[in-house]
Write a protein of this length. Structure first.
Length: 297
């Protein structure tokens, strides 16, 4: 057992995150280790954000994102905020450039302690999301749950915000929908060859959206940053909101802006819980109570 990887257990609006320091190493967090860590109530997580040495010029780090079922994710906005907070505590820097499977992301810690992440440019073409068949208009595709003549959810907007998203618009309380039952069915629907994150969203006003999300590879989550971005850009595309809004998730609020240069900016908090060391092969771990490690990986 090699407990030689420092980690910080953190959260972004209740989205459970492990930030693991894999710098200077050639290995990666194994799927079995992720499953084991998630099985322990103390280290249960939605995503592991594993920080590796940079792989391309002009970036500070490569971030490998691991879901709680051991699969890899392309993007995680809440996790990226946690990475920024951990690295800022360690280095004193405020701005970072990361490479992920979704591409290059820039992020910075602001003077008020909130963290802003450039989530990139959304993609809307059917084969970029991707979908299994062609849809000319992705602001609302043919997909529903429930009886044909009275569906419970239907006609979602779909988008790729580093990963695939489907947003179902509802008029009532987002908590009244059994997302725990519908989520797995929709995540694994054949229309989504790479699966999808599934959100139920209600527009409260042109500046306010409320969502709940079933996260691909993780399940029900307190917050999904890329889902908040998908909800905002989809709401703007369908004239439900403008290009800037507060998105309320079960864990709290995110500020989302779809700028005129087509980039989506997400701003919100991150919170440290405890630090420790782990074995990236097995998921064995131990807590570090040393005061000087508190708040940094």
């Amino acid at each position: 057992m090699a407990l030689d990887v420092p980690f910080a257990k953190m959260n972004g609006l209740g989205n459970l995150i492990i930030v693991a320091d894999m710098r200077g190493r050639a290995d990666a967090i194994a799927p079995a280790a992720a499953v084991a860590l998630n099985a322990d109530p103390a280290t249960r997580f939605d995503q592991i954000m594993a920080i590796h040495d940079p792989r391309v010029d002009g970036t500070d780090y490569f971030v490998d994102i691991v879901n709680s079922d051991g699969t890899r994710a392309e993007a995680c906005g809440n996790g990226t905020r946690c990475v920024v907070q951990a690295l800022s505590a360690e280095t004193g820097r405020q701005a970072f450039t990361f490479q992920t499977k979704a591409g290059i992301l820039n992020a910075e810690e602001l003077s008020d302690g909130l963290i802003s992440v450039d989530m990139g440019r959304p993609r809307f073409r059917w084969d970029e999301i991707p979908l299994a068949e062609e849809f000319h208009d992705t602001t609302g595709i043919e997909l529903q749950i429930g009886p044909i003549d009275d569906p419970v959810l239907h006609t979602p907007s779909v988008a790729n915000i580093g990963n695939p998203h489907a947003v179902f618009w509802v008029d009532g309380d987002v908590w009244s929908y059994d997302l725990e039952r519908f989520g797995p069915l929709l995540e694994n629907h054949p229309i989504f060859p790479q699966k999808a994150n599934i959100s139920v969203a209600r527009v409260v006003s042109p500046e306010h959206i409320v969502i709940r999300t079933w996260e691909r590879g993780a399940g029900l989550t307190q917050a999904c940053g890329s889902a908040a971005c998908a909800a905002l850009v989809s709401a703007a595309r369908t004239a439900r909101t403008g290009r800037k809004a507060t998105v309320t998730l079960p864990g709290g609020d995110l500020r989302i802006e779809w700028r005129d240069d087509n980039r989506v900016i997400m701003t919100g908090p991150a919170e440290w819980e405890f630090s420790g060391t782990l074995d990236p092969a097995t998921g064995d771990w131990e807590r570090d109570e040393s005061p000087e490690t508190q708040g940094a990986v």
